[in-house]
Design a protein around this ligand. Structure first.
Ligand code: MOS
Length: 770
């Protein structure tokens, strides 16, 4: 791969050599906290127990749309064991949303989906809380509701939000800007996904096209199903508020709690030792968090509010569904001439159901017009979900490209070679990934569509993946070297399961010539320097440069302090193999701790931040910037379809992804395994089923909401493409989201190759494929 050159700022360390020359970075170290996790010693929010802690239980609406006339909590308040009752005066559509303005005049928020929280109880034990919750009497004035996307789009459909001012902002991560026009339940169009506007003239483009493919694709609602549901333990004291949170971003929990309760941020502390998954739905305080804080303040005791599985499915967030009408026009030689997309998606009571930005950015095409619409329905709010938008959008786009290749009589890889957006290092990465992946996968053995004559048919497919290289601006880390030789790193970030503590330790250890387990790696406390959000695939690319820069500064100061001890120049002192020595003089080697003790100091500490003030970054929000480089990959799938039963099995996948520098190849690969597995699950099984009459989800539990099981996981081979010089002092980029983007499309293309039949509706259940 071509290396990208970067000017190194004076206060940053020199570029790292390739991983082969390093001792800690780039090694497949097992999670340092792995034993704690698998033995159950790791404390998740679900496990937090505090002296005098009360159990919270919320009450939700059984109706999908209603005005609340009255709420009587008196019986509940008198019930045994009850310590506090609170009625929610406003409802956050998702963690990131503010209450709609029009609710101001009403005493109670309007109910807009079945399962919407209304009030909550704090009691001495869970049984008392549940019993009391049943004693809260709510008088409803039911209103007409609509839960299906197509029904909601009809002219005479019941209105989910009567007026535009009530409609919520974007939550799904689709990127729709505020202030779009709306008609009925439909808001839009957003014609500039991620700020990329239309170009050229599509009508003219289609007139010039020699080959056109046109189809409608549909994707389902997928719920997040993290292992640990959403939850908070709130402890309100006069001296300040402490929140134990299952979260993707400590900072968002602190800031929203401070804002809602009018507290200075310094009075809110958020602790998260471990978070059992999030996938995009775990930001901010949430309705359960608001309720827990209110109850803790009233009861003057810590209150635990953890969603149960039903609530997790219904109100914890989901990936919006979509109806995508897509049209591609090309010349006989494969040159793309026109691309048109009209996409509708529903995120229930939240917006942001766009199907991504790949249509405007992945391929070279002079005429592009994209329209994305939000359709509001009386169902729970969507939330960002692992590469929001791109996963749905690529299912359509990458099948359309496959279809175009077939019409043109071209290999799908050759067509992509031709139409890939040119002149970027992303395009070089994709070309490399296609080559390496095709070789490993055995793409040359792919046969024409529908070659197998029996009932069981095999086929091969490919699809590309694209995501943004995001940076958490000014993500900070502090490194300390104590006088006894211990080294510790601190960052107010969290681990959603990816192994954040481990990579932090690896990067710091490298600068001191230590082993990762010799570095204290501290995260999960908002009192540490503000670290990155675990979202947007940005922890590794944001945290590791800050950590390396801080460690490098400490190591330089340490060398200065050790110079007199070793009778050498600071510049000649090296840290390697757990020892300190003078360059080229092995006889001077001294164990690290021993040497530090001889230097006789109390503590050295430095703090550094993730720099993004050099060329190639664009700040998009106060805490996020986007690099001009992207991240992505190519995935190959082989499927086996039983055409008698309609059962689709993904036999194997090869996933080739770029990652900048893999800080820990084992954890990097693990993210890609996870992305592919979640992608297979989305492609074949997952789907929210609603009862239109009552608005209730019928499969709101893990025994009814089918996700992929271990026997259904294909054989997955991951190949990492290392790119050095990629815009930071560690060269790390993310992989988590792109790993999930191409899978469903690759599987669908393989299905076509097996059967000669296009699958345009997800999931690929027997009902949808036969
Ligand atoms: Mo995410 S959807 O990367 O939080």
């Amino acid at each position: 791969m071509k290396e990208v050159t970067r000017r190194v700022p004076a206060d940053e360390p020199p570029p790292l050599p390739e991983n082969a020359k390093l001792k800690s970075i780039g090694k497949p170290v097992s999670r340092l906290d792995g034993i704690e996790k698998v033995t159950g010693r790791a404390r998740y929010t679900f496990d937090v127990q505090l002296p005098g802690m009360l159990w919270g239980k919320w009450v939700t609406s059984p109706l999908p749309h209603a005005r609340i006339k009255s709420i009587d909590t008196s019986a509940a308040e008198r019930a045994p064991g009850v310590r506090a009752v609170h009625v929610l005066e406003r409802v956050l559509s998702t963690a990131q949303l503010r209450d709609p303005k029009a609710e101001k005049g009403n005493r109670y928020p309007t109910v807009r989906y079945a399962g919407q929280p209304i009030a909550a109880i704090a009691a001495d034990n869970p049984r008392a809380a549940e019993a009391a919750a049943r004693l809260i009497k709510v008088e409803y004035e039911p209103q007409a509701h609509v839960t299906g996307i197509e029904e909601a789009m009809k002219e005479n459909a019941p209105r989910v939000f009567p007026g535009p001012t009530e409609q919520p902002a974007t939550a799904g991560g689709g990127g729709a800007p505020p202030g779009l026009p709306q008609k009925g339940n439909v808001r839009g169009p957003d014609t500039k996904p991620r700020g990329v506007g239309p170009r050229g003239d599509v009508a003219q483009g289609f007139r010039e096209s020699e080959v056109v493919v046109e189809a409608e694709y549909r994707t389902q609602v997928q719920t997040h199903v993290p292992m640990e549901p959403h939850g908070i333990v709130a402890d309100w004291r006069d001296e300040g508020l402490t929140l134990y949170a299952s979260t993707q971003y400590l900072g968002s929990v602190r800031d929203e709690a401070a804002e809602h309760f009018d507290l200075p941020k310094s009075k809110v502390r958020v602790i998260s030792d471990f978070t059992g998954g999030g996938f995009g739905a775990k930001y901010g305080i949430g309705n359960f968090g608001l309720l827990a804080i209110h109850l803790s303040r009233k009861a003057r005791a810590p209150v635990r509010m953890i969603l149960d599985r039903r609530d997790e499915h219904v109100s914890g967030g989901h990936r919006p569904n979509s109806i995508q009408r897509l049209k591609l026009g090309a010349k006989r030689d494969g040159t793309l001439v026109a691309l048109q997309l009209q996409a509708y998606g529903s995120g229930g009571v939240a917006g942001g159901a766009g199907v991504g930005f790949a249509h405007s950015t992945l391929y070279d095409c002079p005429n592009v017009h994209v329209e994305q619409y939000d359709v509001f329905t009386n169902t729970g709010p969507c939330a960002a979900f692992r590469a929001p938008g791109q996963v749905q959008g690529m299912f359509g786009l990458e099948q359309a490209v496959d279809e175009l290749a077939e019409k043109l009589g071209m290999d799908p890889l050759t067509l992509r070679e031709k139409i890939d957006i040119s002149g970027t290092d992303d395009c070089l990465a994709r070309a490399h990934e296609r080559r390496v992946g095709a070789e490993r996968f055995g793409w040359s053995k792919r046969r024409p569509a529908g070659s197998d004559k029996g009932a069981i048919k095999r086929g091969m497919g490919v699809a590309q993946s694209q995501w943004l290289y995001l940076v958490h601006r000014n993500a900070a880390c502090e490194v300390r070297v104590m006088g006894d030789g211990s080294v510790e790193a601190f960052s107010g970030t969290q681990d959603i399961g990816t192994g954040t503590r481990t990579i932090l330790a690896q990067v710091v250890a490298e600068e001191f010539g230590l082993r990762p387990e010799e570095v204290g790696s501290h995260i999960g406390d908002s009192r540490y320097p503000g670290g990155p959000a675990s979202g947007g695939s940005r922890v590794t690319s944001s945290l590791t440069p800050a950590a390396r820069n801080a460690a490098w500064r400490c190591a330089r100061e340490l060398a200065t302090r050790l110079a007199p001890v070793l009778d050498a120049n600071a510049d000649d002192i090296v840290f390697a193999g757990g020892k300190v020595m003078v360059k080229g003089k092995a006889s001077t080697a001294m164990p690290f701790r021993e040497a530090v003790k001889k230097a006789r100091f109390q503590e050295i500490s430095h703090r550094a931040e993730r720099r993004d003030d050099y060329e190639g970054y664009m700040a998009v929000t106060p805490d996020m910037s986007i690099s001009r480089h992207g991240i992505g990959g190519v995935q190959f799938a082989e499927v086996e379809v039983d055409t008698e039963t309609g059962i689709v099995k993904v036999v194997r996948m090869v996933a080739v992804h770029d990652c900048g520098r893999p800080i820990n190849p084992k954890l990097t690969e693990s993210q890609i395994f996870g992305g592919v597995i979640q992608g297979v699950s989305y492609a074949l099984y997952e789907e929210r089923h609603l009862d239109a009459a009552s608005g209730h989800q019928l499969n709101a539990n893990v025994d009814q909401y089918k996700i992929v099981g271990s026997r259904e996981v294909p054989n997955i081979e991951v190949i990492l493409l290392e790119q050095l010089g990629a815009q930071s002092s560690t060269d790390a980029r993310g992989v988590a989201e792109p790993a999930n983007v191409a899978t469903a499309a690759a599987v669908a293309n393989a299905f076509y190759n097996a059967t000669g039949k296009r699958i345009r509706t997800l999931p690929m259940t027997p009902a949808n494929v036969l």
